[in-house]
Design a binder for this molecule. Structure first.
Ligand SMILES: Nc1nc2c(ncn2[C@@H]2O[C@H](COP(=O)(O)OP(=O)(O)OP(=O)(O)O)[C@@H](O)[C@H]2O)c(=O)[nH]1
Ligand SMILES: [Zn+2]
Length: 317
């Protein structure tokens, strides 16, 4: 039989077979995955084959094979083994919820998130939430940001999880897909999920930062069916993506508007920092590339942490 993993506890996997029936499965032997040293061989979202075997009154379900994963997101374990914990696999899209204030979402955070999504090959959508609460000036800031990210190719929607404004658009985008919601604490993720499907009762199991750092703590994601043809993956305690290891020369490839210009740079390994005849820097000078994006890029290349203070909306230089 073939199905999708909805939940994993490390030793048991809840699999929804393609006929809609749920089975608790175990794995047999060891699953080794090429290229990753993982603490968990099978993750939520994985497509698996499994066998049913009767023993007396019981039916044992055993996973025998993992199908091709189109993508997966990971969290590095903090202990010395350098093992990777796969949080979820086969996401169709990820929604980043952004608010201008309460809490403030900085462009450096948005850009880091988008770079990670590009690296994971997961389409990202920006949802500007709480538009019911903004004054005219703030709405202009939202429009500016939405236009900026749209020009790069990202879908952007202004929504209100509270009033339901444009939530129908979000539902439309979710139909037939597996989605994940990310964003800072307080941006309205739970509120939105409740507005989308008020029968769903995801108990947001908040895990303290301190707890997350404990090496024995494992956070398990879970997939939920909504009351229309859509699934969401909830990752308790994980509000963004883990950080993906990247080479400096790679980072520019995950800024789509930089990548599009790369072939016009004089050097094919151009870092777009100090090199002469750099098409990205030329575009920046001509205001064809946003300064906020370039600033995020330089921070990432230099391996700096997000610098919240310097990051101002609509600040072009
Ligand atoms: N005005 C307004 N308030 C909102 C909106 N969406 C959420 N809120 C409020 O923002 C606060 C935080 O919302 P939550 O849904 O708990 O945020 P969250 O992202 O799930 O937060 P964590 O669980 O901490 O990650 C609550 O007081 C909500 O009522 C909105 O569209 N407009
Ligand atoms: Zn360049």
């Amino acid at each position: 039989m073939i199905g999708t993993v909805y939940k994993s506890t490390g030793s048991w996997y809840t699999v929804k077979a393609d006929d809609g029936v749920f089975y608790d499965c175990r794995i047999k032997g060891k699953f080794r995955l090429k290229g990753i040293k993982s603490t968990n061989p099978i993750a939520v979202g994985d497509r698996v084959s499994f066998d049913l075997e009767k023993s007396g009154d019981e039916t044992n379900a055993t996973i025998t094979e993992i199908k091709y994963r189109k993508n997966y997101i990971v969290r590095k374990s903090v202990n010395l083994s350098k093992q990777t914990h796969i949080i979820a696999a086969n996401l169709d899209q990820v929604f980043l919820m952004v608010t201008l204030n309460n809490p403030q979402t900085f462009t450096s955070f948005i850009d880091r998130f988008l770079v990670t999504a590009e690296a994971y090959r997961i389409p990202a959508v920006l949802l500007f939430n709480k538009i019911d609460s903004y004054d005219e000036e703030e709405l202009l800031d939202v429009k500016y940001l939405a236009a900026l990210y749209r020009s790069i190719g990202y879908t952007c929607v202004g929504i209100s999880a509270k009033t339901g404004k444009n939530v129908d658009k979000v539902k439309e985008m979710m139909t037939g897909k597996i989605s994940m919601f990310s964003g800072h604490s307080g941006v309205g993720k739970s509120t939105l999920v409740n507005t989308i499907d008020n029968n769903l009762d995801i108990k947001t199991k908040e895990i303290s930062e301190q707890h997350m750092q404990g090496q024995h703590t494992t956070t398990f994601a879970e997939m939920y069916d909504l009351d229309f043809d859509a699934q969401i993956i909830d990752t308790p305690g994980i509000r963004g993506f883990g950080i993906v290891d990247m080479e400096k020369v790679e980072i520019g490839n995950y800024f789509p508007e930089f990548f599009a210009l790369k072939s016009e740079c004089k050097f094919n390994n151009c870092l777009h920092i100090d090199e002469p005849k750099c098409a990205v820097k030329d575009a920046l000078e001509n205001d064809e590339v946003a300064w906020s994006r370039y600033k995020s890029y330089v921070q990432m290349v230099n391996g700096e942490e997000e610098n919240y203070r310097q990051d101002i909306y609509g600040d072009k230089k």
